[in-house]
Write a protein that binds this ligand. Structure first.
Ligand code: PEP
Length: 257
């Protein structure tokens, strides 16, 4: 973390979990446990159908609400899809773009990721752009090249003045939902590399202001060590965000003086 230059963001990604009643129960449990985090922003990424309720439930708290995906067009004949504008009007602040599960199961490509990033920014949402390598790619030794490619594609056509709204999440695919975490050195190496690519594209001032999260089996036990790395500015947390007490422990790890 480097709080001098950029925001620390702890975001829970619920994926396809929690019904409306479970969302309400979670909010009731989380709010008193959370207090008022001083140093980090707390974000909950919820399924589309619960977003409206979630923005109301967390209205007077420091928790921001995020969607887990959006479409790249603002409206039109795209049955079943949801646009960034629709999310914005609900009070949603962030949107995950290019999560590996969407790349894997729904043919999300670096090209659609780029279109969605631009649509989100255009609508006034902050994209959390997910990048990461598979185990095979790591073993082949192409992780950093792949990350460079994903970051450059995601940002193609994004002007420098919009970069303060952009968040990256480095999520090694082999660490998501597997209980296998990247070591803090491995995670730091890639998060630093993401910042280097941003520096080459936009210069040092922009690069040092962008929040770069780590995601992949982050939990209360490993959070502190990961967050102590200079280029890891928070976490995107799946499994451990479904239990309020575990999620709060991770927020507390990011919130120490
Ligand atoms: C994720 O879904 O982005 C994620 C990192 O999941 P988990 O924490 O369960 O590995």
């Amino acid at each position: 973390m480097n709080r001098r230059y950029r925001k620390t963001i702890i975001a829970g990604n619920w994926k396809m979990n929690k019904t409306l009643s479970e969302t309400r129960a979670f909010a009731e449990e989380l709010k008193p446990l959370l207090g008022r985090p001083k140093w980090c922003e707390v974000v909950l990424c919820a399924p589309f159908v619960n977003l409206q309720a979630a923005t109301r439930l967390f209205k007077d708290s420091r928790v921001s609400i995020a969607a887990e995906n959006c479409h790249y067009e603002s409206s039109g004949a795209y049955t079943g899809e949801v646009s960034a504008e629709m999310l914005k009007e609900l009070g949603v602040k962030y949107v995950i773009i290019g999560h590996s599960e969407r790349r894997q199961y729904y043919n999300e490509t670096d090209f659609t990721v780029n279109k969605k990033v631009k649509a989100a920014l255009e609508a006034g949402l902050r994209p959390i752009i997910c990048v990461g390598e598979s185990l095979e790619q790591r073993e082949l030794g192409v992780t950093l090249e792949l990350i460079s490619y994903q970051v450059k594609c995601a940002l193609a056509g994004v002007p420098a003045e919009k970069m303060r709204h952009v968040v990256f999440a480095y999520e090694p695919i082999w660490a998501i939902g597997t209980g296998k975490t990247a070591t803090s050195a491995e995670a730091q190496e890639v998060c630093e590399h993401i910042r280097t690519i941003i520096r080459k594209l936009y210069g040092a001032r922009v690069a040092r202001s962008v929040t770069v999260q780590y995601g992949g089996s982050m939990n209360p036990k490993n959070a502190q060590e990961l967050l102590a790395q200079p280029d890891i500015d928070g976490g995107l947390i799946g499994g451990a965000s479904l239990k309020a007490d575990q999620f709060v422990e991770i927020v507390n790890a990011a919130n120490q003086d």
